[in-house]
Design a protein around this ligand. Structure first.
Ligand code: FES
Length: 145
């Protein structure tokens, strides 16, 4: 039921890890399945995402979509990264089963949450960026299973 690309990114995820002193960190969670995804962005002075890492505590589709999402935003400007939707991530993976679409939404939201954190830290406004509803602040990170 999973495409080859999904299986590849699940078994060999790209950009796993964390970035110390990241420009922006976003953590999001899905209340229904309890899965959590965290994205770290390293953004330079020109607003280019030089590095990105992720940690996902979740299902295989969540791991594959986070891996693909990090590949898609790497090297992009903040504005271009904002355009990467869960649809784009799914397309890049050659599709996901319908019951797994919400997992790709987590990847989009994690990027937005990390960009939101970056904007807050820098005191800037990123046009078109909305704070994701599933944003979990680190000090509120109490997920019940
Ligand atoms: Fe929750 Fe996939 S089942 S993110």
């Amino acid at each position: 039921m999973y495409t080859e690309k999904v299986m590849d990114h699940f078994t060999n995820p790209r950009n796993v890890g964390e970035i110390e002193n990241a420009s922006g960190v976003g953590t999001v969670g899905n209340a229904k399945c309890g899965d959590i995804m965290r994205i770290y962005l390293d953004i330079d002075e020109a607003g280019i995402i030089n590095d990105v890492k992720f940690k996902t505590f979740g299902c295989g589709a969540a791991v594959a979509t986070s891996s693909m999402a990090t590949e898609l935003v790497k090297g992009k400007s903040v504005q271009d990264a904002l355009q990467i939707t869960n649809k784009a991530v799914m397309e890049a993976l050659d599709g996901l089963p319908p019951v797994k679409v919400h997992c790709s939404l987590l990847a989009e939201e994690a990027i937005h949450a990390a960009l939101w954190d970056y904007a807050e830290k820098k005191g800037i406004n990123i046009v078109g960026l909305v704070k994701p509803k599933s944003d979990i602040h680190e000090d509120e990170e109490q997920i019940e299973y």
